[in-house]
Design a protein around this ligand. Structure first.
Ligand code: MG
Length: 312
């Protein structure tokens, strides 16, 4: 394998390792639990705009990214990734789409997975028992962007796997049609109102707060994120529930998960306690430092992720 992999630190995450938890960085340790939850929710809603290429950027902390870039990096192709690769018939490869397989671009609808990455995914799908994409997009949209029918897709941050969520879809959509708003992003199970481009942000926010109150009255969950209001069914689901579902129904105890945003932390957490769980953060200037700190392996952007996939 080419030496393009950049490992921050080798933090094996295995149930046989008694130091596993201690050696994991204290995610959000500086935050009170409530604060952390709030921050997560703020990010979640924004990430639902999938993956928020247009939202991203103004939250970037260049200093933070520089600190990350100055981490000591040890190129080591034979530990965690090699162990993933050694039992493909018992191992799942789980991948976020935007920012991991497809580069983030200004117009999310135009995102696409490069052909060379597609070829690699085909190879992995022949080799591993499961290759799945877990996205904030709808699964239909994720499938369109990735362009490979044969993979497994879970959309809308795991909501698609929750039967109760589907039961809310019609109510959610009919509620949304009563709202006169220019910049609306509709997915089957979530509706997101954007106000970044509003002429008067304060007025837009005031109007959306009224929408949120009405939505809550209807039993929906209303969450504000980065210049967005997201409405969703009152159903607990996230990328971690999606991972647990995919692995559980197949009885798999070994998996690699790669993501680039805050919502991917839930998936990271779902890998804890497996026989072998390897987490990969695909770093970018606007990506959360929290994810990089929690990851076993950090790579810089989708091209480096492709190199990682080639090693599996
Ligand atoms: Mg992403």
């Amino acid at each position: 394998m080419d030496v393009t992999l950049e490992r921050v630190e080798d933090r094996a995450r295995e149930s046989s390792d008694p130091d596993r938890r201690e050696r994991r960085p204290g995610r959000g340790a500086a935050l009170e639990a409530g604060e952390e939850d709030q921050q997560r929710h703020d990010h979640d809603a924004a990430a639902d705009t999938e993956e928020g290429a247009e939202e991203a950027g103004d939250e970037a902390d260049p200093d933070e990214f520089q600190r990350h870039r100055s981490y000591p990096r040890v190129v080591n192709g034979d530990s965690l990734l090699a162990r993933i690769a050694e039992a493909p018939d018992r191992t799942a490869i789980l991948l976020d789409v935007d920012g991991v397989l497809a580069p983030i671009i200004d117009v999310p609808h135009d995102s696409t997975v490069p052909e060379e990455t597609r070829a690699e995914l085909r190879r992995l799908n022949d080799r591993y028992v499961l290759v799945a994409c877990i996205s904030g997009r709808s699964s239909a949209d994720a499938r369109r962007v990735v362009g490979l029918d044969e993979l497994v897709y879970v959309g809308e941050h795991g909501l698609e796997l929750e039967p109760e969520a589907a039961a809310w879809s019609e109510r959610l959509q009919s509620f949304a049609t009563t709202i006169d708003w220019e910049d609306v992003e509709r997915k089957p199970l979530t509706v997101t109102f954007h106000y970044r481009r509003a002429d008067d942000e304060t007025e837009a926010l005031r109007m959306l707060e009224a929408v949120a109150a009405r939505a809550r009255h209807e039993g929906l969950v209303a969450r504000f994120g980065r210049k967005v209001l997201e409405l969703r069914p009152p159903v607990a689901a996230h990328k971690g529930t999606a991972v647990a579902h995919l692995l559980g129904e197949r009885g798999l105890e070994r998996a690699l998960y790669a993501g680039d945003d805050t919502t991917d932390l839930d998936a990271f957490n779902a890998l804890r306690g497996l026989e072998l769980g390897v987490t990969v953060a695909v770093a970018s200037a606007e990506g959360p430092a929290e994810l990089r700190e929690a990851a076993d392996v950090v790579v810089d952007g989708p091209p480096a992720m492709l190199e990682l996939l080639r090693s599996l």
